[in-house]
Design a protein around this ligand. Structure first.
Ligand code: FES
Length: 193
């Protein structure tokens, strides 16, 4: 039988209740604090329809790979030599104007990119879909190990390659000096001559 006056909680019960309330608030606070970090490190939690990629660690000639919409996307930080090679003649290229290749409307020029220093592209070879690699020391630095197709630093396929189209470019935007936002492909367009 309780000694507490009717209508009053015993002190032990009150303490337990208070402890539960404090613990509940602590958990909610921890969750709120952790959310931005978890969201940053788990891509699937990033907002649907976009993925931010940090490029601050990338040096000239280096490439970064990320997964986007179930495909591999590579980002090449073009070196001065690679940019210079892109200004040379186009006689060695199959589709220099990207007339029969896939890219967003902002990437139809010679550089096939929003900014000249970064080239963002899908890593699947346009011949039979093998994953392409990057070798910064070559004038055509992107190559496919399956049937030796080669591509320049704008993903344009060279003559003599088994591939006929330039590498696909995803839809994206630069959102700061060293970050891009990969976007849904709704605005990707095929440019026809
Ligand atoms: Fe790349 Fe054949 S799959 S050259």
């Amino acid at each position: 039988m309780s000694n507490s006056p009717r209508g009053h909680e015993p002190p032990i019960k009150r303490r337990a209740l208070l402890r539960r309330i404090v613990n509940g608030f602590s958990l909610v606070g921890l969750g709120l604090l952790a959310y931005p970090f978890v969201r940053h490190w788990v891509p699937a939690w990033q907002s649907e329809g976009s993925r931010e990629v940090d490029l601050s660690e990338l040096k000239q000639g280096e490439t970064l790979s990320v997964s986007w919409l179930g495909r591999e996307v590579k980002i090449l930080k073009r070196s001065a030599a690679q940019l210079q090679a892109l200004s040379k003649g186009t006689q060695a290229l199959k589709d220099p104007a990207s007339a029969a290749s896939n890219q967003p409307s902002f990437a139809t020029g010679r550089l096939r990119a929003e900014r000249e220093d970064f080239f963002v592209f899908y890593a699947e070879c346009t011949h039979l879909g093998c994953a392409v690699s990057v070798d910064a020391d070559h004038e055509a630095p992107i190559y496919c190990p399956c049937h030796q197709s080669t591509f320049d630093a704008a993903g344009r396929v060279t003559k003599g390659s088994a591939a006929t189209a330039n590498l696909d470019v995803p839809n994206y935007r630069h959102v700061s000096a060293n970050a891009i936002l990969l976007l849904e492909p709704e605005s990707e367009t095929r440019v026809r001559s």
